[in-house]
Design a protein around this ligand. Structure first.
Ligand code: PHE
Length: 351
């Protein structure tokens, strides 16, 4: 430090009141971001230490013109009290383990956020959509809140059918309901489109089921509908066979068992041969070699009449299957509730 007649020099620069004001805010900023006690001590030594800025300024004050002296004196005082106070406060914070509000290390690597993985339910729906797209099916969707007409009546389900019971369906006060199946989307598509039709309709459904390892009051279905002039049960079987192989693996086959649905005639239950044991019998297929996957059948002519199609001119097949069920047998998930728990340890296994 050197004192000349025309001013006070410090660290090679002339220290006038302007410069000292700047230096004061720098000093305060340095004290705020000092990461640890050692850092604080450096700041203290640099500005307030015996060979630091403050004693130098104090010493030089006497040589300044009186007009400057007062201002510089005030600033030197502020340096002492404001910086001194801040250093004490920060030291206490650091000692008590509290984070100073601006004390962080900008050089630390940033927080890394893992990209999410597809949920198994979304994965089955997207994979199924891609498989059926190769057969010319597009995707149609409908609302979760449905009219009783589309969910039951248009699907040839009489009002005395047990599925309309209070026990089985969530009825809304308006008289509408939470759809119990994705089949009403068939009705919506046929109401608004003329054949030929090839759609799948993935979506959420609701039933008043008590939750257990294989049931959930809210679950997902994928419905399929194909209407044209000469659609047959053989087309249905070939379609389900293609889907089974693409979804579960090349060796998987299908079989039909007679069944009943109000909106298809004839109706079948469609089983896939077990992809785990190749039909020999294992725990996944409950030692039967077959896994029940879908309900299906030829669209009942009465349904065609409801949507204004000529049942003598068109035929069609429809099928419906549970998305959770496919996910569970495909990925070996033992309990349906695991799909809804949002446990990241479980979900991140599905890329
Ligand atoms: N909607 C039926 C169910 O939920 C499944 C199904 C769809 C059956 C289409 C035949 C045709 O059980």
């Amino acid at each position: 430090m050197a004192i000349f007649r025309d001013g006070l020099f410090f660290w090679g620069e002339m220290m006038n009141s302007e410069k000292l004001k700047e230096t004061l805010s720098e000093a305060l900023a340095e004290a705020r971001v000092a990461p640890d006690i050692e850092g604080l001590e450096h700041v203290r030594i640099k500005y307030l230490g015996r060979k630091g800025l403050l004693p130098g300024v104090m010493k030089g004050l006497g040589g300044l013109p009186p007009a400057e002296r007062g201002e510089m004196g005030k600033l030197a005082n502020r340096l002492k009290t404001e910086l001194g106070g801040l250093l004490d406060q920060r030291r206490e914070e650091l000692e008590s383990g509290a984070m100073g509000n601006v004390s962080f290390d900008f050089t630390l690597p940033g927080a890394w956020h893992a990209a999410g993985t597809r949920h198994p339910i979304a994965r089955v729906i997207e994979d199924a959509a891609a498989i059926f797209a190769r057969l010319g099916f597009t995707v149609a969707q409908g609302p979760d809140v449905e009219t009783a007409y589309r969910n039951f009546e248009a699907l040839n389900t009489p009002d005395y059918h047990p599925s309309l019971d209070e026990q089985d369906t969530f009825w809304l006060e308006s008289g509408d309901l939470l759809r119990t199946q994705t089949s009403p989307v068939q009705i919506r598509v046929m109401e608004s489109t003329q054949p030929p039709i090839r759609v799948i309709t993935p979506g959420r459904c609701y039933r008043r089921d008590t939750t257990d390892a294989t049931h959930s009051a809210s679950f997902h279905q994928i419905e399929g509908l194909y209407v044209d002039t000469r659609v047959s049960l053989a087309d249905l079987k070939a379609t389900m066979g293609y889907f089974a192989r693409e979804m579960m693996g090349p060796g998987v086959g299908v079989r039909f068992r007679p069944h009943f649905f109000p909106f298809t005639e004839p109706s079948v239950e469609c089983d896939f041969s077990c992809h785990v044991c190749a039909g020999k019998g294992c725990r996944v297929c409950k030692f039967s070699g077959w896994i029940e996957i879908a309900g299906a059948g030829m669209v009942d002519p009465r349904v065609f009449k409801k949507v204004g199609y000529d049942p003598t001119a068109v035929t069609g097949f429809a099928f419906g299957m549970g998305v959770e069920r496919i996910a569970m047998v495909k990925y070996g998930i033992p309990d349906i509730r695991m799909l809804y728990d949002n446990d990241i340890r479980f979900l991140k296994q599905f890329a």
